[in-house]
Write a protein that binds this ligand. Sequence first.
Ligand code: ADP
Ligand code: MG
Length: 257
Amino acid sequence: MIEVKSLSYLYHPKTPFQTPALNEISFNINPGEIVGLIGPGGSGKSCLLRCLAGILTPTAGEVLIDNRPPQPENVGLIIQEPEVQFFYETVYREIAFALEYRGLNRKLIDRTVSDLLAKFNCLDKIGESPFRLSGGEQRRVAIAGILALNPEILLMDEPTVGLDVKGLELISRIIEEYRSEGKTLVIVSHDLDFLYPRVERYLVLNRGRLIADFAKSDYHHYLELLQEIGLGLPELAELKRRELPVEILQSLMDLGL
Ligand code: ADP
Ligand code: MG
């Protein structure tokens, strides 16, 4: 279980550049929940994911995962352009390093790396430099590296940005796999049409504050609030303007219309 208690985060505290990014945020996420984290640009979504992943340490308050601060092996974070973090000379090492760090035996590491690359259609690149791959291949290898440790909790920051159709299919497949394995997912996306069929619950940030936390079945109650902060599905806003009863609105949304 993820517990976030009165979490605040300041970038560059006690300097002239001090920027409050998160302000007194509290919520829990149960194992197996699939949550959409939404909010306008600059509202603190990426900062919150980094705090959940343990990459940033809260200025105040705390994040606990199963009663402990986040550990890298339990929480995977797919950042917006994960390929910018390539470091090793081969695709193999790029994926193997986290497993090596964990002390797994070589046979198991080799098998895990091959299985992941095969799944992501990149097995033929295993000996190549990650820097020489195409953009799509780089993204797939970077994601494979993050999934190598098979984290119980996966955080995705704008996973659909800059992806082609194949890339989108891959992200959808990962989400479906996590769902069927009962794992926890938190997905940040400005693409509300992408999120809607995939998540069960929404957390809404605005200016570093959590302004709403609701189940998908209550989405229609929050349309106005979402529109006020510049979100909400345009098509749905239009339907609402035409004053369709909320039940019909909800059925249309459930049909993905
Ligand atoms: P979002 O992901 O919702 O667009 P961010 O979490 O990136 O928002 O940013 C939240 C706030 O923190 C914004 O005001 C942003 O300008 C600020 N911020 C983000 N990264 C830094 C940084 N490295 N240094 C200073 N301020 C930052
Ligand atoms: Mg962001």
